[in-house]
Write a protein that binds this ligand. Structure first.
Ligand SMILES: [Ca+2]
Length: 95
């Protein structure tokens, strides 16, 4: 697989790993999202450590308001976060 294909497959694998932990295996609960953020985004987000922040992120991600984060909602978040990182590195002139 190419680098981008690998990144896409990894994004799917990460979502599956955490969505399978409890309840509906195709969506993330708030607890699953918390674990995912803590384990997979420890450098980019501090949401896992801050309950208010976690509540806000969960609410922002749960676009259709069903108290679950599905893959589409998750991947939109990853894309938005990737854009922020891209802007950040561009400003830093690190690329
Ligand atoms: Ca949802």
């Amino acid at each position: 697989m190419s680098q981008l294909e690998t990144a896409m497959a990894m994004t799917i694998a990460v979502f599956d790993k955490y969505s399978k932990m409890q309840g509906n295996t195709r969506t993330l609960t708030k607890a699953e999202l918390k674990t995912l953020l803590e384990k997979e985004l420890p450098n980019f987000l501090s949401a896992g450590k801050d309950k208010d922040n976690l509540d806000k992120i969960f609410k922002d991600l749960d676009n259709n308001g069903d108290s679950q984060v599905d893959f589409k909602e998750f991947v939109t978040f990853v894309a938005a976060l990737t854009c922020c990182c891209h802007n950040y590195f561009e400003q830093k002139g690190a690329r």
